[in-house]
Design a protein around this ligand. Structure first.
Ligand code: KG4
Ligand code: ZN
Length: 338
């Protein structure tokens, strides 16, 4: 479907613990992007509680959408399409965003577009750097996902590898919890690790030389065992050595993937892409290998609705509107098309 220039899309994101809405023009100009994080509501439980998340989305979504529309200057008017994340994510949370998006699309008489959350993360980078050259290797690392993807063209992906157990962010969260650093664990470990020695403890790098899959659960056990056997060890040294092990595996595999597929660049996406050590190491690797590195800003790496609106534009452009019968798909995978 060819879309006229100036197509304004309202994106809605409620797949996990961020309630977000944004208005984006032609997949590249962000008019507004509002994110209301529920992190404080879940912190005392040490992780996202699905029931609390859905209830909070119900309360927060209307004011968040209203703010996104007002900030975009859409007051007596309406957008040209509404896109919402339909998966993967928590089913109760997804349903809140999907129902709101369908209702708005019906009232305004504009298309509804079902958006895959993983595809949305890939489009986060394009919002900040529209001229990114393909093919690209994308390292998508968040609390729920760890994927190494070859983006050959728009909407044409090859999943090179994924985690066989814990997601990278999940490993950060679990280790931080064990070390008493609170939730979310990634930013806490990142901070504490700055005062530690990354070479203090040689934690394992699972399946480093084999393929593109990842495994982080053994590393988490290794941290627990080490701290039990060496109670004198300092938290900053454990945090820095753990972070080094995760980053080492992520960067080694992403770099090898780029070399073996002939990719022009390497892009980071997902919450863990905010990690300072990972960002530094990816930049160094790309300079050494002659690759274009693109590290989206921290706010674009974590969940937001601007990336959902951008992905909705591409889907609408390629496939046209989605049916209003589309429901929530908690285990949705990346659409692989040839
Ligand atoms: O993409 P995201 O906001 O939510 C989803 O999981 O979809 O990612 C959140 C994850 C959490 O596990 C959090 O601990 C991790 O990203 N994270 C980090 C950092 N900031 C957030 N991990 C390592 N270092 C960070 N600076
Ligand atoms: Zn996400």
């Amino acid at each position: 479907m060819s879309l006229p220039t100036g197509t304004r899309i309202l994106g809605i994101e409620t797949s996990c613990d961020e309630t977000a809405a944004a208005v984006v023009v032609d997949a590249h100009e962000v008019l507004s992007s509002v994110v209301s994080s529920q992190v404080d509501l879940h912190a005392r439980f040490g992780g996202v509680v699905p029931e609390i998340a859905s209830r909070a989305h119900v309360e927060l979504l209307t004011p968040v959408v209203a703010q996104a529309l007002v900030e975009a200057g859409i007051i007596d008017d309406h957008v040209d399409a509404v896109g919402a994340t339909v998966g993967p994510g928590l089913v109760g949370s997804l349903l809140v965003g999907i129902s709101a998006a369908k209702a708005l699309a019906l009232v305004w008489g504009v298309p509804f577009v079902a958006v895959n959350h993983l595809e949305a993360h890939l489009y986060g980078a394009f919002l900040e750097e529209p001229e990114l050259e393909l093919p690209l290797v994308v390292l998508l690392v968040s609390g729920g996902h760890t994927l190494l993807v070859l983006m050959e063209d728009h909407a044409r992906y090859r999943v090179l590898g994924s985690t066989i157990d814990d997601a990278a962010g999940e490993a950060f969260d679990k280790v931080a919890r064990y070390l008493g650093l609170g939730y979310p664990g990634g930013p806490a470990i990142d901070r504490v690790a700055m005062d530690g020695d990354a070479e203090a403890i040689a934690f394992p790098r699972a399946i480093l030389d084999e393929g593109y899959d990842f495994s982080f659960s053994g590393l988490k056990t290794a941290v627990v065992n080490h701290v039990r056997r060496h109670p004198e060890v300092t938290t900053p040294d454990v945090a820095a050595s753990f972070q080094e092990a995760v980053v080492d595996v992520l960067v080694t595999k992403a770099r090898r993937a780029a070399a073996e597929t002939g990719a022009k660049g390497l892009v980071l996406a997902g919450g863990v892409a905010a990690n300072s050590q990972l960002r530094e190491r990816v930049l160094d690797a790309c300079v050494a290998d002659g690759l274009h590195a693109f590290l989206p800003s921290r706010s674009m790496c974590t969940d937001n609705a601007a990336m959902v609106a951008a992905a909705a534009w591409w889907r609408l452009h390629r496939d046209g509107p989605s049916s209003l019968d589309v429901g929530a798909t908690p285990g949705l995978r990346l659409p692989l098309e040839r």
